[in-house]
Design a protein around this ligand. Sequence first.
Ligand code: ADP
Ligand code: MG
Length: 372
Amino acid sequence: MAELRIADVRKAYGRVQALDGVNLTVRSGTLVAVLGPSGSGKTTLLRCIAGFEAPDEGDIRVDGRRVAIRGAAVPPERRRIAVVPQEGALFPHLSVLGNVAYGLDRATRRGGRADAVLDLVGLAGFQDRMPHHLSGGQQQRVAVARALAPRPPVVLLDEPFNALDAALRAEVRRDVWHALRADNATAVLVTHDQAEALSTADEVAVMRDGRIVQSGPPERLYHAPTSPWVAGFVGDAVWLPAVLDGNRARTPLGAVPVTPAEGSLPTGPMRVLLRPEQIALAPPGAPDTVTATVVRRDFYGHDAVLALRLRDGTPVAARIFDPASVPPAVGDEVALRVHGTGRVFAHSGRRGPTRPSAPDEPHCGPTHGTSP
Ligand code: ADP
Ligand code: MG
């Protein structure tokens, strides 16, 4: 248990500025997810924290003690920071117990720490298995158990669940979360998967081009993104052109109560952000509804997302939570109603970049799915 503080860290590889002034504090005993697209600098940040790379500028402190500063770094083995890499990298010739007990001193070994930590990750009884007799998920659990065994104050996980399929991934993630909690570890989980970050972390730090562009509790990031880019990266976004009218915005979906994205309401062209779950189907002809045509229907089991087009051509998306009982088909006309408040942003002329969708199609997608 320790506080990790990263201040103004910069790191370049030749002309690539991999870290461009990173500031991040991970409070003692909490789990922060660093969420960013591929190439945004996540691994470089973890490598600097772990001591495998030296930052060009800035400093990194664990409980106030400087571990990395230009030219005077504490070597990785003395930082007491554990790293769980993307693929477990177990010692193939050692049993599960041998792998987990590897870095432990004799007293800790005798105290049964390895067994206890295997229990934490759901592998009680696997002590004598060899790594090649384990599934991918089990190997990843062993890697986590090995990292946790010496009770490191800080644990770093670099996309540790990537190799696992969606169902197993959720299960291993939960067990790892419990293990980190039980140990009161301070942890940083790097991921490009928004669902993983939002569901697992106490706080999410969104990284883009070597900087943390917004950080905070998952709910705040999702409901109160401070930029269109973050809005689109952490979830599905519906963008509506808007004209402000007091605390409401006139939009193609009717009048929507709004909150400004950053303190004061912008002037000039505006757009409003809604999430697809704020747009619901209403009975045909009901008051305060807007008519739309279904363009596409994506079924996800627990919900479905309808891509729709309003009469003026504006694309929107609606998440339907009882897809079995509400079966509108492509081409159907439906009535829509907005719930809750939207967030208003200045209209920069660009649409919020999100997961790729065909240029002419309304943007939508799964909430709960795991991205590739
Ligand atoms: P992420 O983990 O978010 O995918 P990385 O930290 O691996 O991002 O990379 C950030 C940027 O730094 C990328 O542009 C990447 O190509 C570059 N980079 C990372 N490591 C090296 C390296 N050892 N040499 C040169 N460029 C690197
Ligand atoms: Mg990486």
